[in-house]
Design a protein around this ligand. Structure first.
Ligand code: IMP
Length: 177
């Protein structure tokens, strides 16, 4: 049994569709201010592994907008909480370059083992309006082709998403051991 430490139900639902037998643990951990998702994940994993001895995984994600030089990136949670999707759409007003990507880094550890990390990305565009209410966070304003992630069922999002990429890589690694 693997514990997925997250407070985010949407993330858990996506991970569960890939792993099946995982359990959500909403115990919270410190997310440091760092330049990369990998640093945030590895630091968080040290705390989580110490508090929850067993098979554990955590995941850190961010939205990187080309015209904003990668912002909000590692600040994605704070930006979502403060200005939200309407604020990000306002920041993009007048921007022709709408290219953006999500990146996900998953870290996994079990007792007696160094943590391992896997990442995934999905490339798309920041739309001009929010559409759909199926996902969470930035999903309604992130488009792949004509469709926003907020309009996709989990199964569809999991065919292309950053999280599906990182988690499938972890699953493959676990299955091969
Ligand atoms: P964190 O990985 O929980 O730190 O997420 C950073 C921010 O990005 C949060 O505000 C999330 O809601 C948002 N986010 C993470 N993954 C996704 C996603 O798959 N779709 C939309 N927003 C996401």
């Amino acid at each position: 049994m693997i514990y997925f430490v997250t407070s985010n139900k949407g993330k858990y639902a996506e991970a569960q569709a890939i792993f099946g037998d995982i359990v959500q643990k909403d115990i919270g951990y410190a997310e440091i201010q760092a330049d990369t998702l990998e640093e945030v994940a590895i630091f968080g994993m040290k705390e989580v592994a110490a508090r929850l001895p067993g098979r554990v995984m955590i995941e850190d994600a961010g939205l990187f907008v080309e015209a904003l030089k990668g912002f909000p990136g590692v600040y994605s949670a704070y930006v979502q909480k403060t200005i939200g999707n309407p604020g990000l759409l306002r920041l993009m007003e007048g921007q022709e370059n709408r290219l953006a990507y999500f990146k996900s880094v998953v870290a996994y550890a079990e007792p007696g083992m160094e943590a391992v990390m896997f990442s995934g990305e999905v490339h798309g565009q920041i739309g001009f309006e929010a559409r759909g209410s199926k996902g969470f966070g930035y999903d309604p304003i992130f488009y792949v082709g004509e469709v926003s992630l907020g309009e996709m069922e989990i199964a569809e999002k999991n065919q292309i998403s950053h999280r599906a990429g990182s988690m499938r890589a972890l699953k493959k690694w676990l299955d091969r051991r």
